[in-house]
Design a protein around this ligand. Structure first.
Ligand code: OSB
Ligand code: MG
Length: 368
């Protein structure tokens, strides 16, 4: 098999409401889609890089550059038996989100060639996955309480609340007081530092949170370990884990007790599965995070979340929680807090080619 054609494109997609985290807000997503084509099959993926380099140094523009200048030219015309063997530019350092886009499109392509669902090719075991919702920082506690109430009523099984210094202990206290039984967690996106911020962080132990996600710097495994020793609430790592090596370090040091695995953040499915396996062996539960993806990226996340170590609800909300209209059919919609896993070949949902083409603002085609 050879890749005959690769298409990378960018399209703007407006979130229904802006999403604010400690490092800044997003309303207009710039979605990067990749298609790898051979023998009448098309493998799809979405690059999860964001608009601004706040969550990661990668952005839509750096990923565009790495894909179009280095990864895709190195991919065309190579002969392999299995699309997953395509490893373009193995020497290229960093840029896991750009690399993941190629790897995950190759998985979708390979699944379609074999007439298997992506879940089957990954070795996933469940037909539905439990889902949660991630709520951006709200201007007032009252607005946050309304959102929590609405999402609990919709059936979400985990309510994640974005926090930052100044919007943390009192805000979480208010939510817990109104919803004594709700499955709550916080995500700080690296907004705190030790030793100065030890107090607000340990104060969160009062609220019976499922976990606190990425409280400290993305590079700080030592302080995360020190914090975990001082807190009863499990620390969950997100930004810190960009590779199996990072996971190995975190497990060794005890830099937390849970990992949020985003396949796009860690360079793709092979790396995500290696992290999943290590966490299982070490007794750490994992869950699948999200990056405000369209239905294309969401389909990959849902398939990954069917692996047995994904025991906690993922940030895999309904398409309609993000978009007025998704770019795949059918759209993702859960029942009872469980997202059905598409059963068709590959990602199992169909990208709406006409709508995608109409929305595309730039596109590059590579042909062998
Ligand atoms: O930290 O998990 C995060 C969105 C963008 C960047 C970082 C994060 C998030 C989310 C949203 O929490 C999760 C989702 O896609 O619903
Ligand atoms: Mg996070």
């Amino acid at each position: 098999m050879k890749i005959a054609r690769a298409v990378v494109r960018e399209l703007p997609l407006e979130l229904k409401e802006s999403f604010e985290i400690s490092s800044g807000g997003t309303k207009s997503r710039r979605i990067l889609l990749l298609t790898l084509e051979t023998d009448g099959f098309a493998g799809w993926s979405e690059c999860v890089a964001g608009e601004r380099p706040g969550y990661s140094y990668e952005t839509t523009d750096t990923a565009w550059h790495i894909l179009t200048r280095w990864l895709l030219p190195d991919l065309l015309g190579r002969e392999v038996d299995d699309a997953r063997e395509l490893r373009p530019a193995p020497w290229l350092r960093g840029h896991p989100m750009a690399k993941a886009a190629v790897e995950m499109a190759a998985w979708d392509l390979e699944a379609k060639r074999r007439d298997l669902s992506l879940r089957e090719l990954l070795g996933g075991v469940s037909e539905k996955v439990p889902v949660g919702v991630s709520i951006g920082i709200q201007k007032t506690d009252a607005a946050l309480l309304r959102k929590v109430e609405q999402y609990l009523a919709e059936g979400y099984r985990k309510i994640k609340i974005k926090t930052r210094p100044g919007r943390d202990v009192d805000m979480l206290q208010a939510v817990r007081a109104s919803f004594p039984e709700a499955p709550l967690m916080a995500d700080a996106n690296s907004a705190y530092r030790l030793p100065g911020d030890l107090e607000p962080l340990t104060a969160m132990d009062e609220f019976d949170l499922m976990m606190i996600e990425q409280p400290l710097s993305h590079e700080d495994y030592m302080d995360h370990a020190a914090l975990q020793r001082r807190m009863a609430t499990p620390v969950c790592l997100d930004e810190s884990i960009r590779s199996p090596g990072d996971a190995r370090l975190a497990l060794h040091l005890g830099s937390g007790r849970i990992i949020n695995i985003k396949p796009g953040r860690v360079g793709g499915f092979a790396s995500a599965m290696a992290i999943h396996d290590m966490c299982r062996a070490g007794g750490w539960p994992v869950w699948c995070g999200g990056m405000l993806e369209s239905g294309v990226g969401r389909a990959h996340n849902v398939a990954l979340a069917t692996l047995p170590g994904f025991t906690l609800p993922g940030d895999i909300s309904n398409s309609r929680r993000y978009w007025a209209e998704d770019i795949v059919v059918p759209e993702f919609e859960m029942t009872d807090g469980l997202m059905p896993v598409p059963e068709g070949p590959g990602i199992g949902v169909t990208p709406r080619r006409d709508r995608i083409e109409a929305l595309t603002t730039r596109k590059l085609v590579f042909e062998s």
